[in-house]
Design a protein around this ligand. Sequence first.
Ligand SMILES: [Zn+2]
Length: 412
Amino acid sequence: MSKIDLSLDIDSLEILSQTVDTKGNIVIEVQSKATDTPCHKCGKTATKRYGYGPFLTIKHLPLFDKPVYLKIRSVRYQCEHCDDHATTSEQYDWCDRGSKTSKGLEKYLMRSLIHSTVQDVSRKEGLGYKSIVSILQRHIGEKVDWSDYQDLETIGIDEISLKKGYQDFLTIISAIEQSGRLTIIGILEGRQKKDVKDFFESIPKPLIATTKAVCSDMYDGFVQAAKEVFGSQAVVVDRYHVAKLYRAPLDKLRIKEMRRLKSEISAEEYSKLEAMMWILRAHHECLSEADKSKLTLLYKYSPALKEAHKCALKLTHILNTKCNRKVALSKLNRWIKSVDNSDVQCFATFIKTLKKYKPSILNYFKARKNSGFVEGLNNKIKVAKRRCYGFIKPESLFQRMQLDLIGFDMYA
Ligand SMILES: [Zn+2]
C-alpha cells in the first residue's frame, strides 16, 4: 500500500507514531507541544513538569473513512504558586477536559446534526447515542443565554400543537436582532398568559428596552402578556396572522360547497375543479390562465363562495397596501361594513376578533413589522417535530431549533 504523509490539523500537537490497529482504526500517538498549563486550583500558570497521567485515547476526525484516534499521555504540572504544590494534568486547546472526542470532531458532529437526528448521526459516525447527546448538551444550552444578545428588535410569538388534534400546545418565542439573526429565545409548555408574561419579565430590562415590535397572533393570552410587558404600542398582529384567521372560514365554506357540488354536478364537471384550495388562497395575479378558468367555473357553480372569496381578496389587498395607520383604519372599517351589508356570513366570528384586536392589527401599518419569519420558523419546527416523530421535550426542541437556525454560522 502506498503511503502518504499528512500533517495533523492541530497545531499544538506533535506526531510520535501512526499505526493501524486490528480493527482498522488509525491510531496516531501524539504529544503536546505546550510547556505549561493553568493550575486547577489557583488558575496561575504551572510550568514545572511532574510526571505523566494515564494514556488518553480521543476520537478525532475520520481519515479516508476510517476512524482516527489520538493517543496521548498527559503531562502533569506542579504549581509553584500554591502552597501545597498542587498538580494538574495539562489542559488541551483541542479537547475539553474529560471528553473522549476532539473539538474538531465535535464541530463536525454538530454540523452533521443540523437538520438531522441524534440517531442518524450516531449511526453514520459510529458513535454512541449518549455521546452525541452529551456533545450536543455541551455545545448548545437548553435555554436562552441573554449575554449572547445585543438587542431583541422584533419578537415573534406563536403556538404549535405537538400532535395533530391534541391540545398540548407549545409556545414558541423567537427574535430577530437588528443584524437580522433569527433565533428562538423561548419554548414554553402550554400557552397560558401567566407563563408567557413570566417569560417576558425574565428578559433583562436593557434588552426589553430594545424591542420595537412583538408580533403575535390574535390569541388573548399572548396579546395581553405582551402589552403588559412591552406596552400596547409594541404589540403587532400582522398580516400573516390576520390572513390565517380569515382563510379558515373560507376553507370551511369551500369544503362545504365542494361537497354539495360533488353530489349535484357530473363527475366530469367536478373533476375540473381540482386544487381549489390553492387557487382560492393565491393572489389573483399568480394564477395561470387554466387556474383562472377553474375559478370562473367555481364561481358559476357557487355564488356563495364567489362572494366570500371576493371579500377575502379585498381584505388581503388592504393588508398588502402600504398606507398609514389612519388610512388603514378607515379601510378596515369600510371592509367590515361591506361584509356586514352583504350576504356573506362565514366571516362573522372573524370580524368580532378583528374588531377586538384592531389597535394591534393597525400597529402593523406603522412599521409594517411582520412575522413572516414566524411562518418560516413554523415550517422548520414542523420538520424538526416530524424528525422526532412528535416526541420532543421543549428543552430538546429549543436546542435542535437553535442548531438548525444558527448552526451553520457557529460550526462552519
Ligand atoms: Zn496553583
